[in-house]
Design a protein around this ligand. Sequence first.
Ligand code: UP6
Length: 252
Amino acid sequence: KTRCSYEQKLKNAQHSVSKKLLETALAKQSNLIASADVTTTQELLELAEKVGPHIIALKTHIDIISDFEYEKTIVPLKALAAKHQFLLMEDRKFADIGNTQELQFTSGVFKITDWADFVTSQVIGGFESLDCFNNVGVVAIIGMSSKGTLTTNDYREEALKIALSHPNVIGGVSQNQLPDEILLFTPGVNLADSGDGKGQQYNTPEHVFKNLHTDFIIVGRGIYKAANAEEAAITYKNEGWKAYVNSLEKKV
Ligand code: UP6
């Protein structure tokens, strides 16, 4: 089966965040999401400034920032997102009952609801646990990239049913193909390494576009640990786009 193009997905997109992501991908000729797994505000903002022009979204784990302050961290980050035209993806991986997720999403120091364009969430809490995310897009965790993950075939099948039926869900994180109706986000992408010695398992951009028909690649250490983060982002952007174009032609 041939993969679905970004143009086709855009035509069928229902959610404003899906549309924005696909429009940005086409405009920038990029399917790259940089994972900013850095621990200070300065590193986060410097990385966003460098890689911003080349990515469609910056993925954060905002709770690893040691000196987080809404005014000093989020306000400038939002300005960089507007300047370089990328979205903010908070990789919170919510995993609780709806009421608790709602509190984690809206309260505390991070106030994710105020700035994230989309968030990741486990679907282990069931369909209604995702209701609170109705002002953002949700990327459901369907399958994980790490060795020994419990996201077995059966789990993924049930998780996918929730993802496909919930109006807040725009896509899934997975290491397997997903139906054309939702966007596929694939982490565990690295051109140099096959693992990190802590359970992470890596594939190349070529592999994930050809075999998984992924839509967007998520790259962390391949970019922010590189000697030149901007050059690395350009490399992953170009490799990702080339792999996407090739995957349009090849039948799997
Ligand atoms: N991530 C995975 N695998 C998953 C889900 N999420 O690696 O199944 C996230 C990690 C990290 C990023 O939390 O932020 O994607 C991958 O980073 P890396 O490229 O440095 O391994």
